[in-house]
Design a binder for this molecule. Structure first.
Ligand SMILES: C[S@@+](CC[C@H](N)C(=O)[O-])C[C@H]1O[C@@H](n2cnc3c(N)ncnc32)[C@H](O)[C@@H]1O
Length: 435
């Protein structure tokens, strides 16, 4: 069953009815208090096959209730809407956590929820790990790229994988990103298995939860080992906020934080504005076209974005890989070796793109191919400013531009300071409003 979170701002909730629907969580243990009475009085019981079976086997049989197997969420919701009496929905774990409660409320139903233990809580319990510092992600019905990048941006992550979709591929991407990966399969059933995923091509039984740990985090964040600090500089430490750790401890990093050649790097002051206009973050996909040293790509990945760094020069491609690895985001920056726009074909659509160089034709083609909500270009040549601004406006972007000329403080003999001016750069950006 897929219960995707609604994209964008939460829609206004419809008026809610009083509970005529009880949602019972199932975790393989005894049903929660109140479940038996709800089942006995139900006109309709809806649930996935495994939950219906579990109720029949070790719980009270639903009196004269009509029983409907839940295979498609929309059909189940329609059944519930026309139940003609009290309905019971059987769902896994805590139904209010990445579960059916959101979909019911979106239909104007305020259910009575009798939760069991979430599969995520069970997975961490089986591993003997604390998890209030973990980010929890759902891979249901979405591109695995941003899910992987978000997991790799955190030292401790749990992923609800979608049945029938390749959890093993997600696990492989997490392994490639340097994580220690555990799969918790079929929790609470006789077929339960919780084990480390050690190689590519693992075969994982549905349903399963993946847990990805950064071995470099303090204490090694491994089952049986001490866990504590999350490993990010400037982090306020564990035990006070669950889930996402927010922005990295610093950004617009100095050029020395990267390997680059011939001054071919977006300078820190310019990068600060570029990052602000791109808006990288968890769940976002960014194309960095003509990525050069990869400083923008790496910084976007440090915010949790899934990044495609497109670069024609093989030596620069290697440099991007080294820079990404040095900043611990090697699994979130995919280097696409090739010349844009041809190299863009087949890449997952971006939310934002950055063009650090290249011609207007490349930018035009990239906008056409990727259709991002945000586009940013950094230009050294004043000649190109007008064409790029007009291009963005013609494609429906609210375009704006600024010339940035930073002058850094530099020492003079005798303890004085001078201003060392950097070359001016134009940052042209565009944002598309809602359609
Ligand atoms: C729609 S989510 C529902 C999560 C649920 N509300 C909870 O708290 O566990 C479904 C996903 O939960 C995970 N899941 C549910 N039951 C599980 C089980 N018995 N063992 C392992 N993972 C399970 C799987 O990742 C599955 O694809």
């Amino acid at each position: 069953m897929t219960v995707p979170a609604p994209a964008g701002p939460a829609p206004a909730e419809p008026a809610l009815t009083e509970p005529a629907v009880t949602v019972i969580g199932c975790d393989g243990g005894a049903l929660p208090p109140g479940a038996a009475a709800a089942l006995a009085g139900a006109a309709l019981v809806v649930g996935a096959r495994r939950h219906l079976d579990a109720v029949r086997l070790d719980g009270p049989a639903p009196g004269n209730a009509r029983v409907a197997e839940l295979t498609r969420l929309d059909e189940a919701l329609s059944e519930i809407g026309s139940a003609g009496g009290p309905a019971v929905v059987l769902a896994s774990g805590d139904p209010g956590f990445f579960g059916i409660v959101r979909a019911l409320r979106a239909r104007g139903i305020r259910p009575l929820v009798l939760p069991a233990v979430s599969s995520v809580a069970l997975a961490f319990a089986r591993l003997g790990l604390d998890w209030d510092d973990a980010i929890v992600l759902s891979a249901h019905g979405r591109d695995p790229g941003p899910v992987t990048a978000a997991a790799l941006a955190h030292p401790k992550a749990a992923i609800l994988t979608a049945p029938g979709e390749p959890a093993a591929e997600l696990a492989a991407a997490l392994l490639a990103g340097g994580r220690r990966v555990y799969a918790a399969e079929r929790l609470g059933t006789p077929g339960e298995k919780v084990a480390e995923v050690t190689g590519l091509g693992a075969v994982l039984a549905d349903p399963n939860v993946l847990v990805a740990l950064d071995p470099a985090a303090a204490g090694g964040a491994r089952p049986g080992g001490a866990t504590g600090a999350t490993g990010a500089a400037g982090d306020a430490g564990p035990g006070w906020v669950a889930g996402h750790r927010g922005a990295p401890a610093g950004w617009a990093l100095p050029e020395e934080a990267f390997e680059y050649r011939d001054a071919m790097i977006t300078k820190a002051e310019v990068r600060a504005l570029v990052l602000a206009r791109l808006g990288p973050g968890l769940g976002r996909t960014v194309w960095d076209i003509g990525a050069g040293s990869g400083s923008v790509a790496v910084e976007c990945a440090r915010f949790g974005a899934s990044v495609y760094a497109v670069e024609a020069d093989p030596a620069q491609c290697e440099r991007i890989r080294r820079n990404a690895a040095a900043h611990g985001v090697g699994g979130s920056v995919r280097v696409v070796a090739g010349t844009a726009p041809a190299a863009l074909a087949g890449l997952p659509a971006p939310d934002a793109l950055f063009a650090g160089g290249g011609s207007g034709e490349v930018l035009a083609a990239a906008l056409e191919t990727g259709r991002p909500d945000r586009a940013v270009a950094a230009l050294a040549s004043v000649d190109r400013v007008r064409a790029v601004t007009e291009l963005l406006a013609a494609r429906g972007y609210r375009a704006e531009g600024v010339q940035l000329q930073a002058a850094r403080l530099a020492p003079l003999p005798g303890g004085s300071l001078r201003l060392a001016g950097a070359n001016p750069v134009f940052v042209i950006s565009g944002e598309r409003g809602p359609a």
